[in-house]
Design a protein around this ligand. Structure first.
Ligand code: PRX
Length: 630
């Protein structure tokens, strides 16, 4: 079929289109209405339909695939390898669900999951889905302050965690960070369920902390039936960064989410039941939620859960896994490929990757040299795809399950079915023409699978996403884009203060707030600066209360180290600025707004732009001086 026609139908005949897609999943009770868009921008999909994500990911495959692999765990950090068939996974998830119920978790309550890439993390997610609890997974690379904010916002009754993870051969303790976070938060969970991997000793809080292995023993034979949920019940909350320091709880439904993932597995990822899917992302990010945990299993595929880096034991590990587990669909991020590009290219051909149909890459701009290098290196097709935590599945890509549209270097592709994508002028809200830069926007209703709202903050949902383009209630992605004459889109970077470090989405305001908590700091500005390897890195400019502190080189180095350690401790090393520069004044407009775009431009060697509103031109000179090579 023709992709443009498929897309046109999805917009012009939405209800019929999505009713068809809805047959890709099991429904316990049919929906009475495909789409309720009577309260835009809020949308309700598959109204009154009853279904369950865990049932669709696991139970419904039992008849045909009980003995086939569902979850393949490989840790190159600990040397563990475990494979769970659909049957075994079904049992483990019921055990976990029974433990959660025994610890008092009820339908609609939140369970926060702070775990490394281990099977138990997925058991916990599926168990929540099974009993109708709402999971909120926090990336293991985040530290106590980030965790505390999320604990307070989601108010979980239970937290599932572990003694630690391991990265690059080094144990990373989780429990002390978790204890510190619970100390900081005003909400206190009733229980903490601890998976003890015996990687690092940890202290337990009596009554509150429970041992997973011991409780599992008590529930070995547990049978926990699926709780049928209304399609618009909440399946999960996943926090993501925005313009303010407070992360947004992206909230997703059940039915729309399941249908959207099932449809994307068919039309975009082209995965078949019985095959293996390997995404090198992390369950703490949206790619992990959609394409490690739920998507592959909904399609009846096995999913690989990989704890490790692309470089250990050597730069061939990803391809070795592809060969060993006969991976047919793979998903990674451009940064991972750029890391491999620095290694011996013979690793790309050392293993048999001929079974790999496609390597999908997303999360940050895929530069042409990297795309060419990997496409030629492994000799397999590469498909870029562009989307967000908010949308849960690709906005732009090609859908080879529909039509074999050619890809174009530098472009993530075209609007996917269901998304009415427009490029709009930032100030006038008018549509821009081909080859003109505009804000990538989506005319509501958003398709199934996209965020329902921000957890407990409908106002913020509307104000943030649907009120930024003058005169139009459209969803803003906060990305700049351009479309060529053939309909291919190109993404040109964010319009807001969100940065993307090695595919990790971070808010510069969160980093600024963390730096400002240091007693020496008067004020600061953090910007994202282009980086060859990581796409972007955070760079900080700090004004001290007492500039004398950094008069000597030694004092400067010590304070820079202290400030980085503050961010490490509060937010996690992922958010650590690559450099902290000291200045005595920040460039601001006369109304006091920090000119972050100008600072960023200077850091990237570009023209700082219109400076007619600047309060003190010397401030920019200081930035220029600070970043000049010594
Ligand atoms: O700026 C865009 C960039 O990553 C942002 C979304 O990040 P996150 O919420 O973590 O979701 C990632 C899901 C894959 C976008 O607003 N981005 C994502 N994919 C691409 C991209 N930029 C360019 N090309 C892409 N393929």
């Amino acid at each position: 079929m023709d992709l443009k026609e498929f897309h046109r139908r999805s917009i012009e005949d939405r209800e019929a289109f999505w009713a068809e897609q809805a047959t890709l999943i099991d429904w316990h009770a049919p929906f009475t209405k495909v789409l309720d868009d009577s309260r835009l921008p809020f949308t309700r999909w598959f109204v009154d339909g009853q279904t369950n994500l865990c049932h669709n990911a696991i139970d419904r495959h039992l008849a045909a695939q009980s003995d086939k692999p569902a979850l393949i765990f490989v840790s190159t950090e600990t040397g563990d390898e475990r494979t769970y068939t659909f049957g075994q996974l079904h049992r483990e998830v019921q055990r976990m669900a029974a433990i959660m119920q025994a610890l008092g978790v009820r339908r609609g309550e939140r369970v926060l999951i702070y775990l490394p890439m281990i099977p138990e993390a997925l058991f916990a997610m599926y168990a929540c889905a099974r009993i109708g609890a709402i999971h909120t997974v926090v990336f293991g690379g985040f530290a106590s302050h980030s965790l505390a904010t999320r604990i307070d916002d989601a108010a979980p009754v239970l937290i599932v965690s572990a003694d630690g993870g391991s990265r690059g051969g080094k144990v990373v303790p989780y429990k002390p960070l978790l204890d510190e976070a619970i100390g900081l938060s005003s909400h206190k969970p009733a229980h903490v369920l601890m998976v003890d991997r015996k990687l690092t000793p940890f202290s337990r809080v009596a009554d509150r902390d429970q041992d997973y292995a011991a409780l599992r023993e008590q529930h070995l034979e547990a049978q926990v039936p699926v709780t049928w949920l209304e399609s618009n019940d909440i399946s999960y909350i996943l926090y993501t960064s925005g313009t303010t320091g407070k992360p947004k709880g992206v909230q997703r439904d059940v039915g729309g989410h399941a249908v959207a993932l099932a449809a994307s597995m068919k039309h975009i990822f082209c995965g078949q039941a019985g095959e293996t899917y390997f995404s090198s992302s992390d369950i703490g990010w949206v790619v992990g939620h959609s394409y490690i945990v739920y998507g592959p299993l909904i399609a009846g595929m096995a999913t690989i859960v990989y704890e490790g880096t692309p470089l250990r034991p050597d730069a061939g590990i990803l391809w070795k896994l592809v060969e060993q587990h006969k991976v047919s669909v793979m998903f990674s991020a451009p940064t991972a490929i750029r890391v491999l590009k620095k290694q011996d290219p013979s690793y790309l051909t050392k293993y048999d990757t001929s079974g790999l149909r496609t390597l999908f890459l997303a999360g940050e701009p895929l530069d042409e040299p990297t795309a060419k290098w990997i496409a030629e290196g492994i000799g397999r097709p590469i498909i870029d795809n562009y989307w967000q935590t908010e949308t849960g599945w690709p906005i732009l890509s090609v859908a080879h399950g529909v039509e074999k549209t050619p890809t174009r270097f530098g472009s993530p592709g075209m609007p996917m079915y269901g998304y009415d994508v427009r490029l709009l002028h930032e100030q006038t809200g008018e549509e821009v023409g081909n080859n003109e830069k505009g804000v990538v926007a989506i005319v509501p209703p958003l398709p199934p699978g996209c965020l329902q709202t921000i957890w407990q903050d409908d106002k913020r949902f509307v104000d943030t996403y649907f009120s930024s383009i003058p005169g139009r209630q459209v969803y803003s992605t906060f990305d700049w884009g351009i479309r060529d004459d053939d309909g291919y889109y190109f993404i040109l970077g964010r319009t807001d203060d969100v940065i993307n470090v090695a595919g990790h989405r971070l808010g510069t305001r969160e980093i600024e707030e963390s730096l400002s908590s240091h007693s020496a700091v008067a004020e600061c500005a953090v910007v994202g600066v282009a980086d060859q390897l990581k796409g972007q890195v955070a760079m900080a400019f700090v004004v001290l209360k007492d500039p004398a502190l950094v008069e000597a080189q030694q004092g400067r180095l010590k304070l820079e180290g202290d400030l980085m350690a503050t961010v490490d401790r509060q937010l996690g090393a992922v958010a650590r600025p690559s450099r902290v520069h000291f200045v005595t004044v920040l460039p601001k407009t006369r109304s006091g707004k920090v000119l972050r775009r100008s600072i960023q431009a200077l850091c990237e060697g570009r023209d700082p732009g219109d400076l007619t509103t600047i309060e003190d031109p010397m401030a920019l000179e200081q930035v220029r001086g600070a970043i000049a090579p010594a």
